[in-house]
Ligand binder design. Structure first.
Ligand code: ZN
Length: 420
């Protein structure tokens, strides 16, 4: 692997530190890291030890590495796309044995890619909501036990569910998940009422489009501690491509993707557009956004996720678009949007003592930006360096990763089999 490893004391000097610990930006402090950890945030006057490596980051902002809170990291080329865009961890939303393997390899340093926090496979009912279904169909209590056992066996953190399960069985599954310490998350049900779901410990609603329709249900969810991952960037692909004539070639970094992926996206997008046009489905998009805004009026438990690599949602780079949407469409402050990409998902995942902020003792997962994202969140595109634990890559190296990833053929890309 073409890694640059740092072991000894390294000091990022003369930058501004956006710690995400409180609202402030530290303008007169340096960041000391060693052995993959942040060891100190020092006063700039402090004497630099002789053995330290000093990296001058004048004019730059240093912030925690981003966590994309909704991905499907099933294809190996994605790893370099995540890192090159400053995404150092991901929350993977449909986990199989292959994801557990990649997670362990990345942790061990034998594979390059973002740290993986994953749900298990998707538990669905007899009436699958997606045509090309890789979901596990739950027909009996034995099926429910099997998916829970599989999810636990591979060390996955959540039970992901889809709406179409038979209500009694769904309740059984949710109760068993709670007993086994697996918070459920996913698309909220159309079958079980929202209150029952939330009372059963439903931990996160994926996609604004699956929030409850009724305001009182949204408020109930928000007030009972549920998290929310809008994935606006994937929701809006529908109106953009189907109704507004957008082309995939207009998407930033589309050209960097491997040819086979571009081709697949074009095909998938064409089918989606054709189907929606034929059916005349034209969702009232503003109503959906308003539901998300209602949630935000009552809760700040929001995570930024993209649902990549859905056609049009480029791994890693779509995070900048999602953050801009959280600010522009959802009315979040720039700071809150950045928290939704760092400290908030760390809190949801349960890794606040390791990731999501710049604090002594936490992992040195951080990005160096040439512009200040508090002035425009799109500044997360202006990556100069990425640190992930003991790894450090500068922009030239990251660009090299992208170029190499873009040249991969179908045969060279590893695809994780989406089956038990
Ligand atoms: Zn998804």
């Amino acid at each position: 692997m073409e890694n640059t490893r740092i072991k000894g004391l390294t000091i990022l000097k003369n930058g501004q530190l956006l710690t995400m610990n409180d609202g402030s930006v530290l303008k007169d402090a340096d960041l000391w890291i060693e052995n993959g950890k942040i060891v100190k945030i020092s006063d700039r006057k402090e004497t630099i030890p002789e053995n330290a490596d000093v990296i001058d980051v004048s004019g730059c902002v240093v912030m925690p590495g981003m966590i994309d809170s909704h991905v499907h990291y099933d294809e190996s080329y994605m790893g370099d796309f995540f890192l090159a865009s400053g995404v150092t961890s991901v929350r993977n939303m449909q986990g199989f044995a292959g994801h557990a393997k990649w997670r362990d390899e990345i942790l061990a340093g034998t594979r390059r890619g973002p740290y993986i926090y994953s749900s298990g496979p998707i538990a669905d009912g007899e009436d699958p909501t997606i045509p090309d279904n890789t979901n596990i169909i739950i027909r009996s209590k034995a099926d429910a036990e099997n998916i829970i056992a599989y999810t636990k066996k591979y060390g996955f953190l959540w039970l992901k569910t889809y709406p179409s399960m038979e209500p009694k069985l769904y309740k059984y599954l949710l109760r068993r998940a709670a007993e086994e310490g697996l918070p459920p998350c996913g698309h909220m049900t159309k079958i079980l009422d929202y209150k029952s779901l939330i009372d059963a410990g439903y931990s996160c609603c994926e996609h604004t489009s699956s929030l409850p329709r009724e305001k009182e249900d949204i408020v109930y969810a928000a007030q009972h501690g549920m998290w929310f991952c809008p994935t606006h960037v994937v929701c809006k692909t529908l109106p953009d491509y189907v109704w507004n004539g957008k082309q995939l070639t207009e998407v930033e970094h589309f050209e960097d993707l491997p040819e086979c992926i571009r081709k697949r996206w074009e095909e998938e997008n064409e089918i989606t557009c054709e189907n929606y046009r034929k059916l005349g489905i034209k969702p009232d998009f503003q109503t959906i956004i308003d539901r998300g805004r209602t949630f935000l009026e009552y809760s700040d438990r929001v995570m930024a996720g993209t649902d990549c690599p859905y056609a049009g949602v480029v791994p890693g780079f779509a995070m900048a678009d999602e953050l801009e949407s959280l600010v522009d469409a959802y009315g979040m402050t720039r700071y809150a949007a950045l928290a939704a990409a760092t400290s908030r998902p760390a809190e949801y995942i349960g890794i606040s003592d390791q990731k999501g902020k710049l604090l002594p003792g936490l992992d040195s997962d951080l990005i160096v930006l040439e512009e200040n994202p508090l002035e425009a969140v799109g500044a997360v595109r202006k990556i100069r360096m990425v640190f992930q634990g003991e790894n450090v890559w500068d922009k030239e190296v990251l660009d090299g990763f992208l170029k190499a990833a873009g040249r991969l053929t179908q045969e060279e890309i590893e695809f994780i089999p989406l089956k038990i």
